[in-house]
Design a binder for this molecule. Structure first.
Ligand code: UDP
Length: 238
């Protein structure tokens, strides 16, 4: 199937993508592999934004369920995303990819604050811009942060790197007959509560006409392949 071609894209990585098999929350080898995927895409000339989640370290909802105040727990989650962003930045720098981290919560000793025009300039200069701390507000997720940044930075598409190769009509781990969509509409995703991203992120992408491409980031070389219109993925679009 012919897939649309993009110039500026945003890659959303769940924090869990950085976890190792032996329980390391941020595994250097795996982080280096993810950085390699980003490097390959950057080298093909795409302008690349990255949003990293924090679920490998801390999730606000889970923290609140254990007794933390939800607001505080969410700020802890946002700080977790900054750690992940620094890890990805470091791994990218080690292989010669120029990057900047911009945080929605200003922390000048650690990284730049989010400034759209400055981010724009970085992209023009070929730098990979990693957006940390989600939206900067509790009660949101980094999925919504990714959709928000994709809209603000006028990205052509949001690539959701996961450990499955697309969106299925049922959970493929539980239902053996589950089939993968090649394309699926935003409204179908919302109506059937398909597990792509949370509902506010889906609605934001739908309203701003930003397709979401769901693909497996754990498969070597897959990010570049999917961008080239090859490889297995699902496109969520209007
Ligand atoms: N978070 C938040 N506001 C945001 C983005 C994230 O409060 O705009 C918090 C929230 O607690 C969330 C945690 O940061 O659970 C980590 O992000 P997320 O769960 O989205 O990470 P992922 O599942 O992508 O690894």
């Amino acid at each position: 199937m012919d897939r649309p071609r993009f110039k500026r894209i945003l890659l959303k990585l769940s924090g869990e993508v950085l976890m190792g098999p032996d329980g390391l929350l941020i595994d250097p080898t795996i982080t280096a592999r993810v950085a390699g995927e980003i490097q390959a895409v950057r080298a093909s000339g795409y302008e690349l934004c990255v949003v990293v989640g924090g679920g490998n370290i801390f999730r606000g909802l889970a923290g609140a369920a254990k007794g933390f105040d939800r607001g505080s727990a969410d700020y802890m989650g946002m700080l977790a995303t900054v750690m992940n962003a620094l890890a990805v930045q470091n791994a990218l720098e080690q292989i010669g990819v120029d990057t900047r981290v911009q945080s929605a919560i200003p922390m000048p000793a650690v990284c730049e604050p989010f400034i759209k025009r400055r981010a724009e300039r970085h992209l023009e200069k070929g730098r990979v811009v990693i957006f940390a701390a989600g939206t900067g507000n509790p009660y949101f997720t980094t999925d919504t942060g990714a959709a928000l940044r994709a809209a603000e930075m006028k990205c052509d598409a949001l690539f959701k790197g996961t450990s499955v190769d697309g969106v299925y009509d049922a959970d493929p781990k539980k239902v053996p007959t589950a089939t993968r969509y090649e394309t699926v509409s935003f409204n179908r995703v919302l109506a059937d509560d398909l597990k792509v991203m949370d509902a506010s992120a889906i609605a934001l992408c739908r309203d701003n006409h930003i397709p979401i491409v769901v693909f497996n980031i754990r498969e070597l070389g897959n990010f570049a392949r999917v961008l080239a219109g090859e490889g297995t993925a699902t496109i969520v679009q209007n």
